[in-house]
Design a protein. Structure first.
Lengths: 243, 243
DNA sequence: ATTGATTTGTTACGCTGTGTATCGAAGACC
DNA sequence: GGTCTTCGATACACAGCGTAACAAATCAAT
């Protein structure tokens, strides 16, 4: 996926515009729609990978749209924006098949992060079309998120378990940054750590072993009292490995 | 993170003081600044994890500060305080890269809660900058923050521990300046020194040894009763070291 | 469900990094 | 030189981390 295509549906033109601008700057390709009609037209006429949908639209609740989208194209991702922060709404939203939700007012950064998260999840669940898949390359290794596969410098496959691959991807998306255990735990499992939780360390250890990261030049650096850092250079490629 | 370091920037000394006191009581370590100059000085000389920033400052809008902060240190968290509660303002504030906002008048408890929330998220939501990795060069050595690596004039890797590398970076960012133990301690660990704390000295000693800084011409000069000074010339490079 | 295989979390123990204590060396001031 | 202070370096203690071994949970396929 070169640039994910996002459709923003919100009746407030100002929010719409700003959001579109922000997401553009974040590497997404954005389209806007102010109502149901426009929304449907965009969905019919252009490629859309994910919909950011305000549930409070003037013409008929956005919930309808959500339901319809999921009815017709179950693998199209939807993130709901809701002014009401009530859990009930959220549950309902998810019951309608939305992939995530966000209470208004929300932090655009968080929205961007969630979009990325949903898209990553999504591509594994529903294998996309003939689109080229992105690949991450580092120190001779090649990781392909779509296939959840990793091959070493010799080209031989390195079998990673789910958690190991997820952890690797977290680092590949954030090379050079020191990631604390809290953040890693949050990104990996969405929960927080209790003081003596060592699961991150163990998973790191296993991942390191499979990557033969035991030399002097560590791929993953340990920052004492800080967390871990991926120290290798990462290249994102629009890979052409397609049958 | 032991005690998060908060910088409160507000021109009203009373609000500043009260806020600082409250946040102190909430387990944060607080510093105060009344204007842009003070703000910049604090950011340069002490460790700051999060900035609480009034957008209505007398000397130039606080929005400038926010923009500058996010420009130089994208992963430093900022929470904006604004007198205008309009959504537009909020979004605009966030477009400047702030992590959250709060309309005045606000409930201190809510501020504390949001601070905790933002810190917990950390910079995980922060978009990755496509910025080239800077490298510091001095006396033949090359330090690359993104990899937390240091190589000596021969190009061989010098393994530094976390604290050693952090300390080195502090000096590389402030070449020629005499840094007191207080400032070093603050920048290194975000806490203040008790009178007989020698940990800085020990870390300096270990760092010096690893840099072979034992000749007559010292890389690190000791300033008696003053602190330490990095005496070599430092060049910052926008490095593109390809593997 | 039951079984067996695989993945993930937990515990325990040894290793490493960092702060503290201590002692000797180097200045500073008389 | 004598004395006091400050700094450098070594020694040691302790907390953070790596990982092996085990236990629990999850999954696949009957």
């Amino acid at each position: 996926m070169t640039q994910p295509n996002i459709l923003v549906v919100d009746d407030d033109p100002e929010i719409c515009r700003l959001l579109g601008k922000y997401l553009d700057g974040q590497g997404f390709r954005c389209q806007l729609a102010a109502n149901k009609r426009q929304c449907q037209q965009r969905l019919a006429d252009s490629r859309v990978d994910l919909v950011v949908l305000d549930v409070m639209l003037p013409d008929g609740s956005g919930l309808d749209i959500c339901r319809e989208i999921k009815d017709e194209r179950p693998d199209l991702a939807v993130i709901l924006l809701t002014a009401l922060k009530e859990d009930v709404d959220r549950i309902i939203g998810l019951e309608l098949g939305a992939d995530d939700y966000l209470g208004k007012p929300f932090n655009p950064r968080e929205l961007a992060a969630r979009i990325r998260a949903v898209l990553r999840r999504g591509s594994s669940a529903a294998p996309k079309e003939e689109r080229t898949a992105p690949a991450y390359r580092f120190e001779g290794f090649t990781a392909i998120p779509e296939r959840r596969s990793l091959s070493d410098p010799d080209g031989t496959d390195v079998p990673l378990t789910g958690a190991e691959f997820d952890l690797l991807m977290i680092f590949l998306d954030r090379p050079g940054r020191v990631l604390s255990r809290e953040i890693l735990m949050d990104l990996l499992h969405g929960r927080s750590v209790d003081p003596f939780d060592r699961s991150i360390d163990v998973t790191m250890s296993r991942l390191r072993r499979k990557l033969n990261d035991n030399g002097v030049f560590r791929l993953f650096k340990t920052v004492r009292n800080g967390g871990y850092q991926f120290a290798a250079r990462v290249e994102r490629e629009e890979d052409e490995t397609q049958p």
